[in-house]
Design a protein around this ligand. Sequence first.
Ligand code: NAX
Ligand code: K
Length: 493
Amino acid sequence: MKIFNAQQIRDWDAYTIAHEPVSSLDLMERASQAFVKWFCNQFVQTRPVWVFCGKGNNGGDGLAIARILSTGGYDVQVYTIDYPGKASADYSANLERLKSHITPTQIAAITDFPEVPEQVVCIDALLGTGLSRPVEGLLSEIIVKLNSLTNKIVSVDIASGLYTDQSNAQDDVIVKPHFTVTFQCPKLSFMMPQNAHFTGSWHVVPIGLSEEYAQQTPASYYFTEKKAAETRIQPRQKFSHKGTFGHALLVAGSFGKMGAAVLSGKACLRSGAGLLTMHVPACGYEIMQISLPEAMTTVDKHEKINTQLPELDAYSAVGIGPGIGKEQPTVELVEKLLDTIGVPLLIDADALNILSENRQLLDKLPAKTILTPHPKEFQRLAGDSSNEFERLEAGRQFAIRHQVIICLKGANTAVILSNGDVHFNSTGNAGMATGGTGDVLSGIITSLLAQKYPAEDAAILGVYEHGLAGDRAAARRGQSALIASDVVEYLGW
Ligand SMILES: NC(=O)C1=CN([C@@H]2O[C@H](COP(=O)(O)OP(=O)(O)OC[C@H]3O[C@@H](n4cnc5c(N)ncnc54)[C@H](O)[C@@H]3O)[C@@H](O)[C@H]2O)[C@@H](O)CC1
Ligand SMILES: [K+]
């Protein structure tokens, strides 16, 4: 699913209005009905609903939502806010329509703000995607009041005060909703961890905007849901054999960190690779043979770290990094690998830190190499950023400059392709914030590369599968009890 920016969303509305055709007032009605459908599934009719409306089209939605809920039997009150600025035409039209159902109460000063009983669900329809400047004055006082309540808050389209596609300043006043019900597509700002408080649990509801516009309009940002992930899967053919599915090489582990090698190796095999060879330091030989009998093992001459590059001819993809450490002989191994490799490559963990500390190696990265940094590793690679929008932009510039693919790990992991396009992941949960899950991801993606998935598909699909397995594991065990081995256990479609 494409993630459009605020201007594109306005154009999408206008295109739909012109080409369907449909009046903007009817489109607002459709959006409001879609919101109400979600709302009625979430909150029973006995919950009183208070709607707080600004004067733009977001406020217009609020007025229409109030009318539809009231007609549907909910006890609804409406609060309009008296602040400078002109009301939109569709707001005014909906205010007229509302009057035969509900008499709105105007808030002209913060002292007019009502006492809100505990059971009331508040709907935030103050400002939407038209936000163009920080919220001030009475509107900001209202937001502060709403945020001080313990009531459930549902934002219409986007939390009031939150920008759609750019960073807010740290001291901006923004609604902190429990839920956001957003129209047609997720918004870029929802993907940023810095905005977690300003989205709550968010849900997309379709409002029938033009499919044609969505298809023909280029976007730089995407949201990977089940359907988009599934189209990338290559089904296993009946007459295939283990050679069909490639031979992966994982260079992993060091003394005290053999677990990282085991986890990435297991994940690699569970993700469909035909064959796997693990290259590990001598101390890891028995560990590998016992814990992962399906894999072949080559041992380094060094007891505790990896220093030798195995002959690469036999392998269809290589993954390096989990648990390898940063000793000088390992740095030399990474350099030799970059000089000689002719098959797809994944670089993770300490191999990424080696790149950060030996920056001349960055120029040797083969095109479409997949890097899987967590935020700290990414910061070491690409430098500081003052907010997550800047960090994402730094990631895009890095990916374009070095022609690599970056999986910037976190909630909604951002897979940044070498053309700068970003695919945010939809699966995964906070239970996966635990040691070893990154090693599992390395194994999955290396496995897909070995099976000859295009690097873009290996990254996008691998990240999706990893999160999906994590979600299944969390559903069985709960998030706190989840460990990386559980993610491996639940891999597979
Ligand atoms: N046809 C459409 O365009 C549709 C729009 N919809 C709704 O309309 C919203 C977008 O409508 P608008 O573009 O009117 O946007 P808003 O409802 O966000 O309001 C924008 C208005 O508020 C002013 N404004 C911007 N920042 C402000 C601030 N900080 N303080 C005070 N005033 C400020 C702007 O000058 C503008 O007049 C969407 O979020 C969605 O809720 C939906 O009804 C679906 C259809
Ligand atoms: K809103």
